[in-house]
Write a protein that binds this ligand. Structure first.
Ligand code: BES
Ligand code: ZN
Length: 618
């Protein structure tokens, strides 16, 4: 009963807000310019993509064609983005060949593909192939997979990598539906951000349909030896056969998670929510590809404590995939809302203590980012003109974005804020959002035109005034435990083994993070290691946090395991602090030795970050 009232109230407010929107400033309604694309959307704008491609695991190439239906505004040219693609030919309707030109290479945008059309044309087909090292794609050998039997291919489109495997108008301000025919070697399953198969096909041919319009960075492909297990009628897991059982156990709450998210912000808009667990070199924790979230296997820690990662990608189903940042300057519109939403989902599912823990961890990450990244990237809205959006990647859009929304929640009350968000999502569904359009909407629907503090939060670099630092009771206990253990170390109390399962992964993460490298010593680390066996932990979160402290304090006992970890895991969030710790502790030989063995396992985005950090010239 209560829910009905709530929805009715929500609808009333949508109507109210729409009226206001139409009379609001024109500025806010104009489309923002995306500096990371060559496309001229006023002239010709893609609406639908049809892919017909083959994945060649021998040459590490994708070959085939991409057809587009587009809206033609009387133009004689349509411009697509490409990066290191070979264009063989371009056809108009009725298979009529047309002329095209690949422009000079821009270091960020790649090359413009300018296709000659007539003002009447609305369809083109591009025959193309990728180079063997397309930035979006990672071709893994069997040894690089979990089961070590079959090769694997994955794509990562965000932010501007889709153009390296599909010629496309690679800007989030475009929305397309798509269909695809993918030919793979037999014994492998192809999966996309689309309606997916649940079993392998006999002939290695798969067809896909994505009926809802999505931004091009969300077009995704994976090909590998995976099986499917349903969790409920709209959620399930794809993973390599020998990993599937553990993955299903870890993420068993996924069905409940979707229901919980729906109670907060409205009906799940994409029908199916599946997770594909990838090989460990996947560069991110998760990627919110619609209908099929891509996830790192490092979230399978055995205690279900990293499920906020799934909540995060699920939350993107609203913030990001449904209401999409208009350009990469507005990236916080995707991530800030998603982190806020992720923590609300986790609070519902796991309780406030859990949500508090991940908020504190996020705050610590934000403190690190604020200290280390260029100042210009510490505001929510950034200016990436002439730059790669990845240069600004940090915890700022995530956790400063979160703090901003949490501040709004605290100021106006949770109930009012929830209604506001509900309406925000439903009234902008399948649309893009600029920071300015959001501020407009906020002023009209929540803050009653007061935006003095809003301007500071969004446009000013550094810390805004009056930030509420999150706290966690469980973390206070973990900190006390650490102080006690360090005291015992100093007083030479003989160490007693304690099973690590006495606390959750997040508590251990906090415990280890609190080790003070200025005050504590490698002897202290050895003592803690005696008690908890951190060096031999098989939990990637604990390994990463522990190896970082160990590198900084030259506790060499970890070196063998740390190297193995860095060779096997390609998740950038883990690589960055570890290579940085080696650099800061001046262990350049060790860093280079490890990187030489590990680099072939990393995806382009991870290589790019670590190459830069270590001054590595490939
Ligand atoms: N969409 C991001 C990943 C991303 C961002 C890829 C920008 C490329 C460019 C994804 O939703 C994300 O934020 N993943 C996090 C998960 C974490 C916050 C739980 C990650 O990978 O660590
Ligand atoms: Zn995200």
């Amino acid at each position: 009963m209560q829910k009905l009232v709530y929805i009715a109230l929500g609808t009333a407010l949508i109507a109210a807000s729409c009226n206001k929107q139409t009379t609001s400033t024109i500025k806010g309604l104009q489309e923002a310019k995306d500096n990371q694309t060559f496309a001229d959307l006023d002239k010709a704008r893609i609406k639908h993509l049809s892919l017909d491609i083959e994945t060649d695991f021998k040459t590490h190439q994708i070959k085939g064609s991409a057809s587009y239906q587009f809206k033609n505004n009387n133009s004689k040219k349509i411009i697509l983005d490409t990066e290191e693609l070979t264009i063989d030919s371009v056809l108009l309707a009725n298979n009529k060949k047309t002329t095209f030109k690949l422009g000079n290479r821009d270091a960020v945008k790649g090359r413009a593909l300018e296709i000659d059309i007539t003002p009447k044309d609305t369809v083109v087909t591009v025959y193309y192939k990728t180079t063997s090292d397309a930035n979006a794609l990672q071709w893994l050998s069997p040894e690089q997979t979990h089961d070590k039997k079959q090769p694997f291919l994955l794509s990562q489109g965000q932010a501007i990598l889709t153009r390296s495997w599909i010629p496309i108008q690679d800007t989030p301000s475009v929305r397309i539906t798509y269909d695809a025919k993918i030919k793979t070697p037999k014994d492998l399953m192809a999966l996309m951000s689309a309606i997916n198969p649940k079993e392998k096909s006999k002939d290695g041919i798969y067809t896909f349909k994505m009926p809802q319009p999505i931004a091009p960075y969300l077009v995704a492909l994976a090909v590998g030896d995976v099986n499917y297990q349903a969790i409920d009628n709209r959620t399930g897991i794809y993973a390599e056969p020998n990993l599937l059982k553990d993955a299903v156990w870890e993420f068993a709450d996924m069905g409940k998670m979707v229901t919980t998210a729906e109670k907060l912000y409205g009906k799940y808009p994409w029908e199916q929510f599946d997770v594909l667990v990838l090989p460990s070199s996947f560069p991110f924790g998760g990627m919110e590809n619609p209908r099929l979230t891509f996830a790192t296997p490092t979230a399978i820690v055995g205690d279900r404590s990293m499920t906020n990662l799934v909540a995060h990608e699920l939350a993107h189903s609203w913030s990001g995939n449904l209401v999409t940042n208009s350009t990469w300057d507005d990236f916080w519109i995707n991530e800030g809302f998603t982190v806020y939403f992720e923590r609300r989902i986790m609070e519902e599912l796991e309780g406030k203590d859990y949500a508090d823990m991940i908020s504190v961890i996020g705050f610590q990450d934000l403190e690190t980012s604020m200290r280390n990244i260029p100042k210009e990237y510490t505001s929510l809205k950034v200016n990436m003109k002439g730059k790669n959006p990845d240069d600004a990647f940090s915890d700022v859009p995530y956790d400063k974005g979160y703090l901003f929304l949490k501040m709004l929640e605290d100021k106006y009350g949770r109930q009012k804020f929830d209604i506001f968000l509900n309406n925000y999502f439903s009234s902008h569904a399948f649309q893009t959002m600029t920071t300015e359009k959001f501020i407009d909407y906020l002023k009209q629907n929540l803050t009653n035109n007061d935006d003095s503090f809003v301007q500071e939060w969004i446009y000013t670099t550094g810390w805004p005034k009056g930030v509420q630092k999150p706290t966690s009771k469980l973390f206070d206990l973990a900190e006390n435990q650490l102080q006690q253990d360090i005291k015992n170390s100093r007083n030479k109390v003989s160490p007693k083994k304690i099973a690590i399962s006495t606390k959750s992964t997040n508590e251990w993460l906090h415990y280890i993070r609190q080790i003070d490298v200025d005050k504590n010593t490698k002897e202290d680390l050895a003592y803690l290691d005696e008690i908890y066996d951190f060096t031999d932990s098989k939990n990637p979160e604990i390994e990463c946090a522990w190896f970082e402290k160990a590198f900084l304090l030259h506790y060499d006992k970890v070196n063998k395991n740390a190297k193995e970890f860095l060779v096997n895991v390609g998740r950038r969030k883990f690589l960055e602090p570890l290579y940085l710790a080696l650099k800061e502790s001046k262990q350049f030989d060790l860093a280079n030795d490890i990187y030489k063995s590990a680099r072939p396992n990393y995806h382009f985005v991870a290589k790019q970050t670590i190459d830069g950090m270590l001054n590595y010239k490939p």
